[in-house]
Ligand binder design. Structure first.
Ligand SMILES: Nc1ncnc2c1ncn2[C@@H]1O[C@H](COP(=O)(O)OP(=O)(O)OP(=O)(O)O)[C@@H](O)[C@H]1O
Length: 576
């Protein structure tokens, strides 16, 4: 957790001011019981009204100065903790943005959300509390102990029993609390996961009438979380009553033994009252320390989870490598095998093929054959476990990633749109694109016509994830976004699956004419989408089982013939 304190460095002024102001409040608190003793012994007992009034005014003034110190401390502690949390959140967000694909796979969306929200808030509360009481508590404890010893060393011996008792109670509570707090956060992760997944897929849930099932699933995780949260609150709830019990027993003991000294004239009544006040301050300060320690154990759990994210090294950009200014677009897979980190099995096995500049290579294969995994290796989103992926004769993993990816237009299988205008979505990769460039990309992606017909054209605001568009329209916007970059390599990962055959043909025609310099790698389900490709690869279980041109494959590959015939039959059924 100490590591996270570096986020307080830029706000050092608040970090210094908060405890300094707290020192003022503590000094005032330490003076009050002495003044009270003086009012009682020299004013009340001796009938000296003038002294009661003047000392009373002094007490009011001191209380006011203490109040100013306390308020100032709270304000600066809040500033420091809020800015600390903002900087930490910012850094976490940047770190998540810099994750490589394999690191994104490690966390579920819900886990990252909890870390960036709940865990940061826990740490913020802890920092605020720490700044408010880390000076106050030791100062009050030491100051008050000195005062009770000065007033009555004999009575002060009572504290040698009650303070260790308090510490033992606190230690036990914290030992139970820490593992629970870690579990509570993990359970909250699980709740957030279901929540996120469900909200994203709410239409599917409704369409499949699975609301009851999802409600039950959520209910289970929610109850699980609540059970642990209740357990941890129960432990925290024990804290206060145990401390109060020890405090009350101590005060009774002080009165018991103090009364004898007072009656014997060894201890003035005012001093006895002041003694009780100081004892109360000592015990309350220990209580505050216990709250702080509770907060430490909770914050430690949050800090561990936040540090887990911060410890992940950002994806290397290969900055030392030679810049990639010009790309021909020659892609080659040499004996490439690949496995995801979380599974041992190879999803790609000894892949060899090349895509020459300006040519179109199509990849066909059943679901799960490894098509997406294969194309993700080209921009270096994952690294092959064996073999090498080359661009213009260079290993893509040794190229500066930013340069490499600027030359690659990737249209992902799952269309991702951001809330914002259509214009902003298309120009996502090139924010300074002109209207003409954006429109040209949209024309080629067969999106211009439907965008033009929308009430605000390119300025139409899309709802979250483009809810106000059809699946095919979303895909065409995603294609326009990639085309706008004028990439030397264009990868379409099943990106026209929701587009009708005629529109798909028009997109392919536009690619052939206006984007003929780009090497295209197209993943498709329909053979009609790949017949014109310069080269077709058929993948099965991560292996290339056939390759060649459409006619060659029809003549020589039984698997290709099977796919072709089954699709023909389907079309005949559809066309009646
Ligand atoms: N991030 C991942 N972590 C672990 N395994 C994965 C991951 N992504 C895909 N896989 C596995 O890799 C294999 C190939 O998946 P891939 O998405 O490449 O297939 P695909 O041919 O593109 O399938 P589809 O046509 O359904 O998109 C599958 O068995 C899949 O379960």
């Amino acid at each position: 957790m100490i590591k996270l304190f570096r986020y307080l460095k830029p706000h050092w002024l608040f970090v210094i001011l908060a405890p300094l102001l707290m020192v003022i409040e503590v000094c005032m608190d330490l003076m009050q019981p002495q003044l009270m003793a003086s009012i009682i012994d020299d004013g009340v007992m001796k009938g000296n009204l003038a002294l009661v009034q003047s000392t009373g005014l002094k007490m009011l003034l001191i209380a006011f100065i203490g109040l100013l110190g306390g308020v100032g401390c709270t304000i600066f502690a809040s500033y420091a903790s809020v800015y600390f949390a903002a900087d930490l959140r910012d850094d976490l967000f940047k770190r998540v943005q810099s994750f490589a694909f394999k690191q994104i796979d490690r966390f579920s969306g819900g886990q990252l959300v909890t870390r960036l929200t709940n865990d940061v808030t826990q740490l913020q509360h802890f920092i605020e509390m720490l700044l408010k009481i880390f000076v106050r508590t030791p100062m009050l404890i030491i100051g008050s102990i000195v005062m009770v010893i000065v007033i009555s060393p004999k009575l002060a011996l009572i504290l040698t029993v009650s303070i260790p008792l308090l510490f033992i109670a606190i230690y036990c509570l914290i030992r139970f609390a820490f593992p629970l707090f870690s579990k509570v956060q993990a359970k909250l992760d699980a709740v957030n996961n279901v929540l996120q997944e469900n909200l994203r897929g709410i239409r599917l849930v409704k369409a499949f009438v699975r609301a009851d099932f999802e409600r039950e699933k959520f209910g289970k995780r929610n109850t699980d979380y609540t059970d642990f949260a209740v357990k941890s609150f129960r432990i925290m709830a024990l804290n206060m009553p145990i401390m109060m019990l020890i405090m009350n027993v101590t005060i009774v003991a002080v009165l018991w033994f103090g009364a004898g000294q007072a009656w014997a004239g060894d201890l003035p009544v005012g001093d006895l009252v002041a003694f009780i006040n100081y004892v109360t301050q000592v015990l309350f300060s220990v209580l505050m320390a216990s709250n702080l320690l509770m907060a430490v154990s909770r914050a430690r759990a949050s800090a561990d989870r936040v540090n887990e994210v911060l410890a992940i090294k950002p994806e290397e950009n290969n900055n030392g490598a030679q810049r990639l200014h010009h790309v021909e677009g020659h892609v080659e897979f040499r004996n490439v095998s690949f496995a995801y980190e979380n599974s041992q099995a190879n999803v790609l096995k000894s892949i060899n093929f090349e895509a020459k500049p300006g040519k179109t290579v199509a990849i066909l294969g059943a679901a799960g054959a490894g098509k997406s995994s294969l194309v993700h290796l080209i921009p270096g989103l994952y690294a092959p476990t064996e073999g090498v992926v080359m661009l213009d004769g260079k290993n893509v993993l040794e190229l500066p990633f930013e340069d490499l990816r600027k030359h690659i237009g990737l249209v992902l299988q799952q269309t991702i749109l951001f809330s914002g205008t259509i214009y902003e979505n298309i120009s996502f990769g090139k924010p300074d694109a002109t209207q003409e460039e954006v429109e040209a990309a949209a024309v080629a992606a067969q999106a211009h016509e439907f965008i033009r017909k929308m009430p605000n054209g390119y300025e139409t605001v899309l709802g979250q994830r483009g809810v106000n568009l059809s699946g095919g329209q979303k895909q065409r916007i995603a294609i326009a976004r990639a085309l706008l970059l004028r990439p030397k390599i264009l990868i379409l990962d099943d990106s026209t699956s929701a587009v009708d055959v005629k529109t798909e043909a028009a997109i392919q025609q536009a690619l052939k004419t206006d984007w003929s310099n780009s090497t295209c790698i197209i993943i498709a389900q329909r053979i009609s989408s790949v017949v014109d490709a310069d080269f077709i690869i058929v993948l099965e279980d991560g292996e290339i089982v056939a390759q060649g041109k459409h006619e060659q494959l029809l003549a020589s590959s039984s698997i290709y013939q099977e796919i072709y015939q089954s699709q023909q039959r389907k079309e005949e059924v559809i066309n009646g």
